[in-house]
Design a protein around this ligand. Structure first.
Ligand code: ATP
Ligand code: MG
Length: 357
């Protein structure tokens, strides 16, 4: 037995639904989870053995938390890297801080992906308001401005065209370091989700076709169709190269635009991903379980798909009037995250439906 023994403690930084689902998978494998989050009321600590409340820049509390854990992982991407590096010197952090450091900045992430051979949308860094006009002159007026850091679910982004009020767009991205990115006229979107072990073995789940609304993932479905199927192996090669270069351990997600000229790298997430939630019911081993297996040193489970067709829908904002319909379909698996407040644009849960032909 070359992996962490049962009852070992897995620390998770973050208290949201990804931490919650990782915690449930860890518990199934006999591990105890210790959640670290700033919010006292968080949905992950409800299903975990231990909880420390603390801010992500409180090094002392973080160090005490870390000293209780046999391995530490994260769902939250915006933990200060300097803090993580200090933790990493004494304790085991998987994936490592370099992966997080790169994924925290859109600019760093794009440069790293390019170094690994990716095609990205053309982009220009923007450091202040005055850079915007010159950047548009370079890229053209069909673009998206995105804050370099702290964006998620399409937040901190502004669509740019000839008619855009640029000062308004600068406000929308938070008046801070940003990038201007050419608007990609894609046919579809997909993600590659892989797990890499500490020995360097990599396995993939199939790639779903992902549909976003207002920058938020709405649906992931399989099979993803011929275009995505034809671009999957090239995308996988790139994602593996990124994982190998980073000596990555755990689940890594890379998002792509499928264009008529091939896959274009969008962004990466050093963690389990919303577009892989269907793996809970529809594959032999879910993304959450394989992440836990990888970081504890267990061999990985099969990622084989168990249904002919799969649809995962996010429940965003007020979902209550959909419940009767969901619950009356006995092939639908309902996941409600247990968040107390329903807020427009907030991910409240998801539903996975399996189809057997
Ligand atoms: P998340 O973390 O939820 O994946 P995010 O806020 O990091 O989202 P992105 O992945 O950069 O944001 O963008 C969200 C969505 O907006 C994309 O999935 C895509 O649908 C659209 N989008 C982003 N960039 C571009 C682009 N350059 N061209 C066309 N569409 C884009
Ligand atoms: Mg994204």
């Amino acid at each position: 037995m070359n992996f962490l023994k049962p009852s070992s403690v897995i620390g998770i930084l973050g208290g949201g639904q990804l931490a919650k689902m990782m915690s449930m998978a860890a518990s199934n494998l006999g591990y105890k989870v210790h959640i670290y989050a700033p919010e006292k009321d968080n949905i992950a600590s409800e299903v975990s053995a231990r909880f420390t409340q603390g801010s992500y820049d409180d090094l002392e509390t973080l160090m005490t938390f870390a000293s209780d854990c046999n391995v530490i992982t994260y769902e939250f991407e915006n933990v200060p890297v300097d803090t993580l590096k200090k933790i990493e010197k004494k304790y085991v952090l998987r994936p490592n801080s370099q992966a997080l450091e790169i994924a925290q900045s859109r600019l760093a992430e794009k440069k790293y992906a390019e170094k690994c051979g990716a095609i990205t949308a053309r982009y220009v860094p923007i450091l202040n308001r005055e850079d915007i006009e010159a950047s548009i002159a370079k890229l053209g007026a069909d673009a998206i401005m995105k804050s370099d850091r702290l964006g998620y679910d399409g937040k901190g982004q502004a669509r740019i065209d000839e008619t855009t009020n640029l000062s308004g767009a600068w406000m929308a991205v938070g008046q801070r370091d940003a990038i201007l990115e050419e608007y990609v006229d894609f046919e579809a979107e997909f993600s590659v989700i892989l797990t890499r072990t500490f020995e360097g073995n990599i396995i993939f789940w199939d790639s779903s076709k992902n549909i976003h609304q207002h920058g938020i993932l709405k649906q992931a479905s399989l099979p993803a169709g011929p275009l995505i199927a034809s671009q999957r192996s090239e995308a996988r090669k790139l994602a593996s190269r990124i994982a190998d270069e980073l000596d990555y351990i755990g689940v890594l997600t890379v998002e792509f635009f499928a264009t008529t000229n091939g896959p274009v790298f969008n962004e990466m997430a050093p963690r389990v991903h919303n577009s892989g939630h269907w793996t809970i019911e529809a594959t032999v081993t879910s993304q959450f379980e394989n992440h836990i297996r990888a970081i504890t040193g267990m061999p990985l489970g099969s990622t084989e798909t168990l249904a002919d067709r799969i649809e995962m829908e996010n429940l965003i904002g007020d979902y209550t009037d959909q419940l009767d319909n969901i619950l009356s379909d006995n092939n639908k698996h309902l996941h409600l995250y247990g968040k107390d407040k329903i807020i427009e644009g907030r991910k409240m849960g998801h539903v996975t439906r399996l189809y057997f032909d």
